[in-house]
Design a protein around this ligand. Structure first.
Ligand SMILES: *[C@@H]1O[C@H](CO)[C@@H](O)[C@H](O)[C@H]1NC(C)=O
Ligand SMILES: *[C@@H]1O[C@H](CO)[C@@H](O)[C@H](O)[C@H]1NC(C)=O
Ligand SMILES: *[C@@H]1O[C@H](CO)[C@@H](O)[C@H](O)[C@H]1NC(C)=O
Length: 568
């Protein structure tokens, strides 16, 4: 079962985007000035405990870390107007950001830099890999399967974020930022296409696809050194690695980031040697192991463990060399002082976007699963999505990573539109349990959080256990009884959540402490015509805002393109 209920990004992002538009109207009517930013990038290891810790994402108690596929990093950028405001964005190779991690990071940044970096202007986001250690969030729902809080997981993420920001801060130098976007068609499919069809035809007709296929990339160019990095946003789940994988991995986005950083490094070397012979792509680097979903090929475990163990640890190694400005004179022979290239592949509205692009099949019969409920003979446990490298999940990870990497390189090479204008930010704590949301001509209200019966069925990326089914709007008596041991939802909550039957009334459970958040920070960063909206725990709505550039109309629908699915 997956931690995020389907439809999750839909409603949240819709709520957030309404709030966000209002905020924009009120506060971002700044004057356009010619851009002259200070830019700084940083990157630091956040791999965490590689054994005996439950992994975050599939909520599978049996998925316990036992090695490393490849290491995880925090990658950060800072953009500042000289004598003006600044914003920080950190992308974690982790399942999601965490409010308690953010609080700790901000505390440390305040101790170090005073009021320069605060909860107002620091946004932290996760790539949604389902193969990282868990236990670093404060709500019960997110740490049930890790049997509570895991200090080691938490500490390494806090340290890594802090160090990546320190690096970015020390690297701050004059530079420009360019933006580009384009479609990437073969790295994500809708894993619940039948649910998407529940959207009104009129709404669906506005979109070319049933998921958002757009990648948006920003390219950082140092005045002296040229390109020093890029961040891009594209929606696809970090579920190329399966729910039975036990090796820590950044999944497809972590892989893509490494491919791009290696590519740039190699390209620099090639250009430097004036040689055309080296391979352009570094994507063959990550070794492969065979999926354990298919029992017949689950052999050679020891060999796989040896391969995993052969990776050299990079913990504690900064990605960027620190050096004084004086030393960094323009001198092509002194490339060693060049800041290392940082490339992040960030998550965005990935709600129901699966990287398992071949579709979902029954592992017993090999036939496609039931279209409406993603079941095989009525059972959800047998229905799995297949990645392009099926049955090898490592190969699927590599291929989906490679596709994102190649698109990013293309956008990177052709990015010519420069970001110009004010740097700004907005931040607010929003109580999501009682918000009014416009839906067409109606106004509807959100309720305290609750998980439906269908939630427990998981998704085709990671089916749940027992007899739960996707699309279940009835529930069953046995599980209702079990549920009532924990908390019986009151009639108001039942009505509010209808037609979704409540399995766990998480928003109203607070023993021993809160099971799910009610109040969430909503964050907006603005760099010229670019706006990044972030709600920790979710992805980011990422829009290229065009009130200034008139490049394209601002489209709030973007954020809930996938569908609203009532029954989960
Ligand atoms: C370069 O790429 C080719 C084909 O993709 C591959 O056969 C070859 O082994 C690669 N060479 C190196 C040095 O990686
Ligand atoms: C899925 O459900 C819809 C609506 O209930 C129904 O019309 C359709 O025939 C079903 N499709 C399949 C393949 O079962
Ligand atoms: C959030 O809003 C709900 C409903 O209005 C209210 O009951 C709850 O106390 C609020 N939560 C907090 C922490 O203020």
């Amino acid at each position: 079962m997956e931690i995020f209920p389907r439809g999750y990004s839909g409603i949240w992002l819709q709520i957030a985007s309404v709030w966000f538009l209002v905020a924009l109207m009120q506060n971002f009517r700044g004057s356009l000035s010619t851009s002259n930013y200070l830019i700084g990038l940083g990157s630091y290891d956040i791999t965490g405990p590689a054994a005996d810790v439950n992994m975050m994402g599939y909520a599978n108690t049996e998925q316990i870390a036992s090695g490393v596929h490849f290491r995880l990093r925090a990658r950060a950028f800072i953009v500042a107007e000289p004598q003006g405001s600044r914003v920080v964005y950190v992308n974690l190779d982790a399942c999601m950001a965490s409010q308690i991690v953010t609080i700790k990071v901000i505390e440390r940044l305040k101790a170090r830099y005073g009021g320069l970096y605060t909860e107002q202007n620091v946004a932290i986001s996760g790539i949604h890999t389902h193969a990282g250690p868990g236990g670093y969030l404060q709500y019960v729902v997110y740490i049930v399967t890790s049997l509570g809080f895991v200090r080691q997981s938490f500490d390494v993420i806090v340290d890594g974020i802090e160090k990546s920001i320190i690096q970015a801060h020390e690297n701050l130098r004059p530079g420009s930022i360019f933006v580009n976007n384009g479609e990437l068609l073969d790295a994500g499919v809708n894993r619940s296409p039948s649910s998407y069809l529940n959207n009104p035809a009129e709404e669906r007709s506005k979109y070319k696809y049933d998921v958002d296929k757009e990648m948006t990339l920003i390219k950082f160019v140092d005045d002296e050194w040229g390109a020093v990095g890029s961040f891009n946003w594209f929606a696809t789940h970090g579920t190329s690695m399966s729910r039975t994988n036990s090796l820590i991995s950044g999944d497809n986005k972590g892989a893509a980031a490494r491919f791009m950083e290696d590519w740039f490094e190699k390209k620099g070397r090639v250009e430097n040697l004036d040689s055309q012979h080296a391979n352009k792509s570094g994507t063959a680097k990550i070794p492969r192991r065979v999926s354990s979903i298919v029992p017949s090929i689950n052999e050679n475990r020891n060999e796989a463990m040896e391969v995993a163990a052969s990776f050299k640890s990079s913990q504690g190694q900064p990605a960027t060399r620190f050096s004084s400005v004086a030393k960094r004179v323009r001198n092509s022979l002194r490339l060693a002082d060049r800041p290392q290239f940082v490339s992040a592949f960030c998550q965005t509205n990935c709600g129901d976007v699966s990287p398992n692009v071949l579709g979902a099949f029954c592992i017993d019969t090999g036939l496609p699963c039931d279209f409406n409920q993603s079941t095989c003979n009525g059972k959800n446990e047998q229905c799995y999505g297949r990645g392009p490298g099926y049955p090898d999940e490592f190969e699927s990870t590599r291929i989906i990573g490679d596709r994102q990497f190649k698109k990013a390189v293309e956008l990177f090479n052709k990015a010519t539109e420069q970001l110009k204008g004010k740097v700004g930010y907005r931040h607010a704590y929003v109580n999501f349990s009682n918000l009014e949301v416009a839906q067409g001509n109606d106004v509807v209200k959100t309720c305290p959080a609750a998980m439906g019966f269908a939630f427990a069925a998981g998704t085709t990326d990671g089916p749940g256990a027992f007899d739960f089914k996707q699309g279940d709007d009835k529930g069953n008596a046995f599980w209702r009884l079990v549920r009532d041991f924990l908390k019986t939802p009151n009639q108001e909550q039942v009505n509010c959540q209808r037609p979704k039957p409540i399995l766990l009334d998480t928003g109203e459970m607070d023993k021993p402490y809160a099971w799910a958040p009610a109040i969430l920070p909503v964050q907006i960063l603005r760099i010229g015509q670019l706006v990044i909206l972030s709600v920790p725990g979710g992805g980011n709505i990422f829009v290229v805002f065009s009130f200034f550039l008139q490049r394209k109309a601002f489209d709030t629908n973007k954020s809930y393109i996938q569908r609203w699915h009532l029954v989960q």
